[in-house]
Ligand binder design. Structure first.
Ligand SMILES: [Zn+2]
Length: 444
């Protein structure tokens, strides 16, 4: 097939091939559009090089699940096939194209065979071209997409920096190569994964086919890439070309607490990440590295990643989003600037912690706990610096909130009413949820 060719799917819809992508081992891929009807939508057409038993059965199963799998996820998160091409000359599939503003992770991140760390990604953050918040959102969306696959009985089988696309502004992700999915207990995987990203038991040949447990390893590697800008199993002194099975039986976490023989020196400090994220990396790369059942599932990542996003603030000097990791210091992790302005920590009764400053907003999940958890469409409260210099909390909802003051007095705060946060000890948002307030003023 070549650019300009037209091809029909099984329903008779005709597509025009517009641009060829690098051919893979398995197939040729093109950007395409419909020849008539909705001709604006960018699509991808993949033409397989060889016939494969069960392919059509697999594709039909995947296509039938598309609506369920994508429900509630940002558009084009899982680029599932939408129709099948099958004629005398070719067998292929039509899929949504990745969004225009998204890039393949490999444009920013290095494979471990190239380099242990990803200087391009780190520079994109320190130079402000990519917000760290966006990378956290990418990780969050990737974990949600992976969870959704499992819930529908699929395993991706080949997560790597080549088939995950990240959106650099809104933080969404697009996972491609969804035509290779394994349907667990029904259709086994056709691919075994990519070296450096596949689980140790697959690298060493102990296990023959990927599944949700091996996906859990690949997911943890990609999240580590996104958050720490390097590979979790490649230390500074390792030469991957000469190392003995470094991703298989001898795989060792760079931050293993007891075995320090594979340390990575320099770079982003893992200790600056929220504790629950560090613990998940420990589960994935210490407890679960060679024991697949001990790896954190995709589900386990979702809340900690979301909570990490709520711990961010924007550095007043470099404008990068950074963590408030030490309660006594608002030092930017990327430019080391000491931010000196009003901050408060809201420690919610359900364990959730949020950093707030001027312009921060509270949403339904802050008021009510685990409801509409990832919905930012309704603003219920906000924070402002009043002209008097006070850091003010204001209720923007129709729900009455109760504030308990340091003096012991209490007051109901109704719609568009507020109070100075420095005087408040605890806020009761609903019958279920309250938050203890710690305020930090122009801290040094
Ligand atoms: Zn900074």
């Amino acid at each position: 097939m070549k650019i300009g060719d037209r091809i029909r799917d099984l329903s008779g819809t005709e597509y025009v091939l517009e641009q060829a992508y690098n051919a893979g081992v398995q197939a040729e891929a093109f950007r395409a559009r419909r020849a008539s009807g909705n001709t604006q939508e960018r699509l991808a057409v993949k033409i397989y090089k060889n016939p494969e038993k069960d392919r059509i059965k697999r594709l039909n199963r995947i296509i039938a699940s598309t609506r369920n799998v994508n429900k509630g996820l940002p558009a084009r998160t899982l680029c599932f096939p939408v129709s099948i091409i099958q004629n005398r000359y070719a067998e292929g599939v039509v899929m949504p194209h990745t969004p225009e503003n998204s890039i393949q992770m490999s444009e920013l991140f290095e494979t471990p065979q190239e380099l242990p760390a990803s200087p391009k990604a780190f520079e994109a953050v320190t130079k402000g071209r990519v917000q760290y918040k966006t990378l956290l959102l990418n990780a969050f969306h990737l974990a949600r997409a992976t969870e959704r696959l499992y819930r529908n009985g699929f395993a991706h089988c080949d997560f790597s920096i080549s088939n995950v696309f990240i959106h650099r502004t809104n933080g969404s992700v697009s996972v491609i190569d969804a035509d290779n999915l394994a349907v667990e207990g029904f259709l086994p995987a056709k691919v075994s994964g990519t070296s450096g990203y596949m689980a140790p038991e697959l690298e060493s040949g102990q296990k023959k086919a990927p599944d949700h447990e091996t996906d859990a390893h690949s997911l943890a590697v990609l999240i580590f890439n996104l958050l720490v800008f390097r590979h979790p199993l490649v230390g500074s002194d390792m030469n991957v070309d000469f190392a003995d099975d470094p991703f298989g039986k001898n795989a060792l976490y760079t931050d293993h607490p007891a075995n320090m023989s594979n340390r990575f020196r320099g770079g982003f400090d893992l200790g600056d990440l929220p504790q629950d994220i560090q613990s998940l990396f420990y589960s994935a790369f210490v407890e679960g590295l060679h024991d697949p059942q001990d790896r954190p599932s995709a589900t386990k990542w979702i809340s900690p990643l979301w909570n990490a996003i709520e711990l961010l603030y924007t550095c007043e000097k470099c404008r990068q989003t950074t963590f408030f990791t030490h309660q006594t210091s608002a030092r930017c992790l990327f430019c080391e600037h000491q931010n000196k302005r009003f901050f408060a920590l809201l420690k919610f009764s359900n364990g959730f912690v949020k950093v707030v400053e001027a312009d921060s907003i509270l949403y339904p999940h802050h008021f009510f706990g685990n409801v509409r958890q990832y919905d930012l469409s309704e603003k219920l409260a906000d924070f402002k610096i009043h002209k008097s210099g006070h850091f003010i909390f204001a209720n923007r909802s129709n729900y009455d909130i109760k504030a308990e003051f340091v003096t012991g007095a209490a007051k109901t705060i109704s719609l568009n009413k507020g109070c100075a946060l420095s005087q408040v000890k605890r806020i009761y948002f609903s019958d279920n949820i309250y938050a203890d307030i710690e305020t930090f003023f122009k801290m040094i």
